[in-house]
Design a protein around this ligand. Structure first.
Ligand code: SAH
Ligand code: SF4
Length: 389
């Protein structure tokens, strides 16, 4: 559709923002917010819906990076948009490609901060692991991100922007939806606790799921939380994505140390929220992540306790061999221990895939993400002391 109507005078009389860096990005605004932004620019009300659809399709179906590309908008309108907005995405600072094909992106966002996103290609899917915060307020003792202070929450645009950057890099825009997707799955398992930034995560995921755009199914999005109990049900209701719980221990005593949010929300309370998670069924199971730490949480007794605790919850258990980072106070469980643990869980009827560490050579594996630019919160020694190891 071409914008035949001449640009209304009102377009030209609104004040222009002179500093180009002050232009806000349209990425991350939902349709209503986009409408409001265009209305403020003076776009006639009766055109709003059409204009929003046009912009949406350029941004989220074709991956346009500038208004110039939007050839079905009039030149004047494009110029007006460009004076007031950008289609900003996080900027790739470095891209590392692992021997196994995993790609780790170090991304710069507003304020000069950096976050990481990791793309993991597999035979039947491609998973993008994205961040929700710069740093984390929580201090799980086995997690590299936990050593980094929280700098700030990411905006919805910065969260969905990570998906867009990966699609740029993989040249995936505008491909026939029937084609095999390169970014077919999203996991919110990068830096930060997504349920301490629920609204922005929700807004970003609703954009990623929108059928007129990136169009990812809610079942292909998994949100991992360390256990922010009061937000779990809301995430299920408002996002509807799959849920993963960073469980990691089978007694409150051990979980209090490994995942300190447990001091506030105990295992019982967390499991009740899981039982109440909307749409829970055998085809939509909760994933329990369990990091295998040598002599800390990897005994047969732990495995038996684990299956007992989650009994009745449609679940799968994802065993994650601990990924060390410089100064980390734990060791990875031996392989025969991991296998023995997996067997007990399997025998109890739960799928328990062991997560193959991916991208280890580029520090892209679970829990290794951390932006080198941000100040350390704690020294390795302090973490070790607190962990009692
Ligand atoms: N903050 C959220 C999401 C990010 S962490 C959460 O905690 O769930 C993604 C997963 O990696 C979590 O299950 C986390 O516990 C796990 N993880 C963290 N550090 C790890 C490490 N060093 N080795 C293996 N897994 C780790
Ligand atoms: Fe934060 Fe998750 Fe790491 Fe815990 S495991 S410190 S919640 S990122």
């Amino acid at each position: 559709m071409t914008a035949k109507a001449p640009i209304n005078q009102d377009y030209i009389t609104i004040p222009r923002k002179q500093d180009p860096d002050a232009r806000p990005s349209l990425i991350g605004l939902n349709r209503d917010a986009l409408k409001a932004a265009l209305l403020e620019l003076g776009a006639p009300e009766k055109q709003l819906k059409m204009r929003v659809n046009q912009l949406w399709s350029w941004m989220y179906q074709k991956g346009a990076k500038s208004f110039d590309e939007m050839t079905n908008l009039s030149k004047d309108f494009r110029a007006l948009l460009a004076e007031n907005f950008i289609i900003g995405r996080p900027e790739i600072v470095t891209k590392q490609v692992s021997e196994d094909g995993t790609r780790k992106y170090l991304l710069r966002i507003a304020g000069g901060h950096e976050v990481e996103a990791v793309y993991i290609p597999e035979a039947n899917r491609g998973t993008l692991c994205i961040s929700s915060q710069i740093g984390c307020t929580l201090t799980c003792t086995f997690c590299h991100t936990g050593t980094q202070k929280l700098v700030r929450n990411l905006t919805a645009g910065e969260i969905v922007g990570q998906i867009m950057v990966a699609r740029d890099d993989l040249d995936e825009w505008g491909k026939d939806p029937g084609d095999k997707r390169l970014v077919s799955n999203i996991v919110l398992m990068g830096m930060g606790e997504p349920l301490y930034n629920t609204n922005n995560v929700r807004d970003a995921m609703l954009i990623a799921m929108d059928n007129e755009g990136i169009s990812l199914s809610r079942r292909r999005i998994t949100l991992s939380t360390s256990g922010v109990v009061p937000e779990i049900i809301r995430a299920g209701e408002e996002i509807g994505c799959m849920l993963a719980i960073s469980f990691h221990a089978t007694t409150d005593e051990v979980r209090d140390v490994l995942v300190p949010i447990n001091r506030k929300h105990k295992i019982d309370e967390l499991l009740q929220a899981c039982r109440d998670y909307p749409r829970l069924s055998n085809s939509e199971r909760i994933t329990f992540e369990y990091v295998m730490l040598k002599d800390v949480n990897d005994s047969d007794a732990d495995a038996h306790r684990l299956v007992k605790l989650i009994s009745g919850i449609p679940a799968k258990i994802n065993l994650i061999p601990f990924n060390p980072w410089p100064g980390s106070p734990y060791e990875r469980s031996d392989w025969d221990r991991i296998e023995a643990f997996a067997e007990i869980v399997n025998n109890a009827g739960y799928a328990s895939p062991v997560r193959t560490p991916r991208g280890e050579d580029i520090m892209a594996a679970c829990g290794q993400l951390k932006s080198a630019t941000e100040r350390e919160r704690k020294s390795a020694k302090e973490i070790a002391r607190e962990a009692g190891v």
